[in-house]
Design a protein around this ligand. Structure first.
Ligand code: GDP
Ligand code: MG
Length: 434
């Protein structure tokens, strides 16, 4: 998918202008890409119709090149196709929270149980897993080993044959655990008896969430799988596995989105840490090769939310007073390294070139330094001479070198803020492509 679309994006950027003929070509190319990803035909049609109509009818915001606008429309429509703007909800509303995983054999349930366990263990929670698959003898050992590897509590019965009883007893063993993942069998004498067992377990333990696990390689067939299970139990969320090993992942995502179920996680490899919360916006941004701009823009907006700061940035004048406000905003924002991680590669590397070490600790030190400056100094940093710097250093409890270092960073920030300002203004208009 990524390959198909990044080619398309390149192509759009490469054309001289967008006329009717180019638009038709883009539309055909889009259709081809989506069909290759196994997106259902009716969805492909609806998608290209809407995209083409919007490109014809809507005008790009002032200052935004038509080409970028075309890509932006495609971006927005792809996000809709894959489930919309909402971000996955990863909070666990109660303790213990019980998730039951179901899906056909080989879809990746057991692996996904271990992956989700690790995902939450890394976030400081106590997690337990329960194996109720009594059909495949190896299932017990598989999940037991994975549980040991990720540090989750395990319950199973090696030669058991009562899946419902195992589920019940398993939950009883999980006192004090924050999250319990109940793994189920994916194969049975026949489909009917599988679905009935799933329903019996569901009725017995009443899990807080039922998560369907689907293998991405089935493409659009994902919808049929979801619908078959939905006849027996409610499906609250979906995990799509093996996104790394097929071009049909987009089709699976779109087909699931159409059933109304929410894709919460995607599996991107065999390793226990190869899982990602699924955000259509970030996914599409990546598919189109746009980096994680979407998230960046939100964070940057938060930094610049204060009107005054924005105004001064607009006027291109970043004095230390503004710098101080920015630092206050940044301290509210959380670790800046996280923000920097979100920058597209080129910009991030520019910043690291300048060797800016923007840790929370630095930010606090700088705030202290800025607090011991006079209003006059904040407005006009050029008056800072050696004796003023010494006085400021003493006032802030730091060395004169610390003050000078901060001034250097301020100069870099001044440069960087120009870039961020550009990003912000594009973001504010709803278009952040360049
Ligand atoms: P289950 O029968 O539904 O429990 O499926 P398993 O968890 O046993 O997984 C079946 C196979 O798919 C195993 O070989 C897994 O390593 C593999 N698998 C699961 N998730 C992923 C994934 O995201 N990417 C890849 N490449 N393989 C996966
Ligand atoms: Mg299994």
């Amino acid at each position: 998918l990524t390959e198909l679309f990044s080619k398309l994006v390149e192509k759009i950027r490469g054309v001289e202008y967008i006329d009717e003929q180019t638009l038709q070509e883009i539309s055909r190319e889009l259709q081809r890409s989506l069909l290759k990803a196994d997106v259902p035909l009716d969805m492909v049609r609806a998608f290209t119709d809407t995209a083409v109509r919007r490109i014809r009818e809507e005008r790009p915001p002032p200052g935004i090149p038509v080409k970028d606008f075309v890509i932006y429309v495609i971006y927005q429509e792809l996000v809709k196709l894959l489930g919309g703007e909402a971000e996955p909800d990863l909070k666990l509303p109660k303790r213990p929270y019980v998730i039951m995983l179901l899906g056909v054999e080989g879809s990746g349930k057991t692996t996904t149980a271990a992956k989700i366990a690790l995902f939450y263990i890394k976030r400081g929670l106590k997690v337990g897993v329960v194996e109720t698959d009594t059909i495949r003898p190896a299932a017990y050992d598989q999940l037991k080993q994975l549980a040991e590897r990720v540090g989750a509590r395990f319950y199973g019965e090696r030669d058991g044959n009562d899946a419902v009883g195992i589920a019940r007893r398993g939950l009883e063993q999980m006192k004090g655990v924050d999250l319990v993942l109940v793994d189920t069998a994916g194969r049975h004498k026949n489909e009917q008896s599988l679905l009935e067992e799933v329903k019996a377990i569901y009725d017995a333990i009443k899990p807080d969430e039922v998560m369907l696990v689907v293998d991405a390689t089935v493409g659009r067939q994902a919808a049929a799988q979801a619908e078959a299970f939905m006849k027996y139990v409610p499906i609250h969320s979906v995990a799509i596995t093996k996104m790394d090993s097929t071009a049909r992942g987009g089709g699976a995502l779109a087909a699931v989105a159409k059933t109304g179920a929410r894709v919460k996680f995607i599996g991107v490899g065999e390793g226990v840490d190869e899982i990602e919360p699924f955000s259509p916006r970030k996914f599409v941004a990546r598919v189109l090769g746009m980096g994680d701009l979407e998230t960046l823009v939100e964070r940057v907006k938060a930094v610049f939310e204060e009107e005054e700061v924005l105004e001064e940035l607009e006027s291109g004048r970043l004095d230390l007073l503004t710098f101080k406000k920015q630092i206050d905003a940044l301290l509210k924002l959380g670790p800046l390294s996280k923000v920097l991680e979100l920058l597209p590669g080129t910009l991030a590397s520019k910043i690291s070139d300048e060797q800016i070490e923007l840790s929370q600790k630095n930010l606090r030190r700088w705030r202290a330094i800025l607090s011991s400056m006079t209003e006059e100094e904040l407005r006009d940093p050029s008056i800072l001479n050696a004796s003023r710097i010494r006085r400021i250093a003493i006032g802030a409890g730091v060395t004169p070198k610390d003050v000078k270092d901060m001034l250097k960073v301020y100069e870099s920030m001044k440069k960087m803020s120009k870039v961020l300002r550009r990003q912000y203004r594009l973001g504010a208009r709803g278009v952040r492509l360049q």
